[in-house]
Write a protein that binds this ligand. Structure first.
Ligand code: SF4
Ligand code: SF4
Length: 344
């Protein structure tokens, strides 16, 4: 069962300073071009909590864009793993929901030691979204703005204080280590939290239904012509794949410095690229752009629910913000669902 406490806002920066003495602290910071990015914190006062979703997503801290896997030299192999202890502060609920799914992807059946090593050394403090962005639709998927489980520590901003919930042993231990900063929760705190959550829920603008879209696709009513039509606006930049917290394709490459010396690394790949799954002899199994876009949506709307019982989308809205061709989960699902209703 979750344990609940109160943290006076005046104690937050002290708490983060104490934590930073023991581990690396990552939090949202404003970049030079005004984007919100998750970065290692040098100055705690620069942490930016008034933002919808960071660009890029949180996945790069568990599954980096480029990651060295091992080095080999003179017959010996040196496995490279990142064991840095990290606390990631100020993450949104949708990203925590994405991590719950990534844990299953990288941790079930085939265990990915590189991901798992980072995962077990990372603790998250997430923040309920009081003001969701116009691009967000986590509410429709149950992946935010407020979670009941699967987080380490979740904060709800009540103005002058946070209501602090823990749902993991790691989270509870962190609070116990700084117990003098936390106080007991009162009935009025729960009432204030309830008001905030109701208010946040009422601010969501998108009313899309992924299950309707899934059913329409499964019924065979969405033809390949639809995907070819969507593909006309795709620039093949890969932005949607790179920013999506649930896209996990990667390529593995070797670089040699001499006959018996070199290293192996993995690097994100994107099913939106023509070269994705390119084979020897210059064969491109994914040559058709419409087929590639169809594959991306099928992966999230069909395969993910079939294998994990959840959509491969947490409604973070990053694809909406990123895509220069205005192709994104919300608008495509809307076109499949509403467009299909109009066609009937
Ligand atoms: S972000 Fe848009 S333009 Fe870029 S690959 Fe994805 S769908 Fe295509
Ligand atoms: S498909 Fe788009 S909205 Fe859904 S999780 Fe990925 S980036 Fe976010």
């Amino acid at each position: 069962m979750n344990k609940v406490f109160i943290l006076d806002k005046n104690y937050l920066s002290y708490l983060l300073r104490q934590i930073r003495k023991k581990m690396s602290l990552v939090a949202p910071l404003r970049s030079e071009n005004e984007d919100i990015v998750l970065k290692t914190v040098e100055n705690i006062h620069e942490i930016e909590l008034n933002y919808p979703a960071s660009i890029p997503s949180i996945k790069e801290f568990l599954f980096p864009q480029k990651e060295d896997m091992f080095r080999f030299s003179d017959g010996t192999v040196d496995i490279l793993k990142d064991n840095t202890k990290r606390l990631i502060f100020g993450v949104r609920s949708c990203d925590i929901s994405a991590i719950t799914l990534l844990d299953r992807f990288f941790g079930e059946n085939f265990i990915d030691d590189y991901y798992m090593s980072r995962r077990k050394n990372t603790i998250f403090i997430s923040l309920v979204c009081n003001n969701p962005d116009t691009t967000c639709f986590c509410l429709r998927l149950g992946t935010g703005p407020f979670l009941k489980s699967n987080f380490d520590i979740q904060l709800t901003d009540l103005g002058d204080r946070y209501i602090v919930e823990t749902a993991s042993e790691q989270g509870l231990n962190l609070i116990k280590d700084h117990a003098h900063l936390f106080s007991k929760v009162r009935k009025s705190d729960y009432e204030d939290q309830y008001e905030i959550i109701l208010s946040s829920r009422s601010k969501f603008e998108k009313r899309i239904n992924l299950e309707n879209a899934r059913q329409k696709i499964l019924s065979g009513r969405i033809s390949d012509r639809f995907w070819d039509w969507v593909a006309k606006r795709c620039f093949e930049c890969g932005g949607c794949v790179y920013e999506c917290p649930l896209c996990t394709c990667f390529n593995v490459l070797d670089r040699t410095e001499s006959e018996d010396k070199g290293h192996r690394f993995r690097i994100w790949d994107a099913c939106m690229f023509k070269g994705f799954t390119k084979m020897a002899g210059n064969v491109y199994p994914s040559e058709n752009k419409g087929a590639r876009i169809k594959q991306w949506y099928f992966h999230k709307l069909i395969y993910y629910p079939d294998h994990f019982g959840k959509f491969g989308c947490v409604g973070c809205g990053r694809c909406t913000i990123t895509c220069p061709g205005h192709i994104d989960m919300a608008s495509i699902v809307d076109k499949i669902d509403i467009g299909d209703r109009r066609r009937r």
